[in-house]
Design a binder for this molecule. Structure first.
Ligand code: RRO
Length: 300
């Protein structure tokens, strides 16, 4: 199931969704054995920003039927902390490393992209223009014109593959994907979480989550994600990373049938940290039964 993605040779098509698997904590828990059975063919870091952030006040999670709403709010050590403390650990993973960055202005994004470009341990950059949980006042990813302009400004700053993570909270997601492609993105990834509200259990008029609203993920969003991945792959030629509620190999095959080159597992890894290994095995068995990936696209 080797997969070529943006010039990277991946052992299989299953990666993690940014922020859904803490590889450093997992290595602490499982030891070096984790490296022998690492579940993903590439590792995508949690989003980093230029300066450190505390994230949103608690509560940060809410369980829904078939899903989860998060309002984490991008806590991270900032660029310097990431490069100094996290990168040396992440560079020891046995797979290519994708660093996910987010800024609230083009200048901030440019500084992040330039710094990350200078680090040979990093194989690709994912640009998060789609977090529903931070009040930057600039929802770059929802506005194709603004998105194209930002990517045009940062594209020349790196020779590494540039993946743009799109928001599903926009009226025309394929238009955003086309804008990213026109500006020189090497790939797009979707979907980030869907903006959602969790009512307080004792006062439904008040938000439960400390951040007010949150982002919905898990099986409840899968059909929406599949529709958006299909729509995007019909409109762009660059590869697509598909994600949203993937729990089984069959779900991963459905995203591939929708045109995704790579499939990310997110919320399911919270329920079972080894889920991606099972999903990869199930996907492999499905392809073995139905022939190659191309015929699987027709059959699944
Ligand atoms: O940290 C978050 O609250 C968060 C981010 Br950066 C994101 O991209 N998507 C999400 O659902 N939560």
């Amino acid at each position: 199931m080797t997969t070529t993605f943006c010039g990277l040779e991946l052992a299989h098509p299953i990666v993690n969704g940014s922020g859904t698997y803490d590889a450093i904590a997992a290595r602490r828990a499982f030891g070096d054995a984790l490296l022998d059975v690492f579940p993903f063919s590439a590792f995508v870091s949690k989003t980093i920003t230029l300066e450190p952030r505390d994230g949103n006040p608690p509560p940060r999670l809410f369980e829904t039927p078939g899903g989860m709403i998060n309002s984490i709010g991008l806590p991270n050590k900032g660029l310097r902390g990431y490069l100094e403390h996290d990168l040396p650990e992440l560079a020891r993973l046995p797979v290519p490393l994708v660093t996910n960055v987010m800024g609230s202005t083009a200048a901030e994004i440019a500084a992040l992209v330039e710094a990350v470009d200078g680090r040979p341990e990093i194989d690709a950059i994912e640009l998060n223009v789609s977090c529903p949980n931070v009040k930057t006042g600039l929802d770059i990813g929802a506005d194709p014109v603004g998105l194209e302009s930002v990517i045009e400004q940062v594209r020349p700053l790196t020779g590494k593959p540039l993946i743009v993570k799109l928001t599903p909270n926009a009226s025309d997601v394929p238009a955003a994907a086309q804008a990213a492609e026109a500006a020189g993105a090497d790939a797009v990834s979707l979907v980030n979480t869907l903006r959602a509200f969790a009512p307080h259990p004792r006062d439904a008029g008040r938000p439960w989550l400390g951040g007010g609203t949150g982002g919905m993920s898990g099986p409840a969003v899968r059909a929406v994600a599949l529709a958006q991945v299909r729509a995007v792959t019909q409109r762009v030629a660059i590869p697509v990373v598909g994600m949203g509620g993937v729990q089984t190999g069959r779900h991963a095959a459905q995203f591939i049938a929708a045109g995704a080159t790579v499939v990310a597992v997110g919320t399911e890894s919270f329920r079972d940290p080894a889920a991606a290994t099972r999903i990869r095995r199930e996907l492999h068995d499905l392809f073995a039964k139905s022939g190659d990936i191309v015929s699987s696209r027709r059959n699944i």
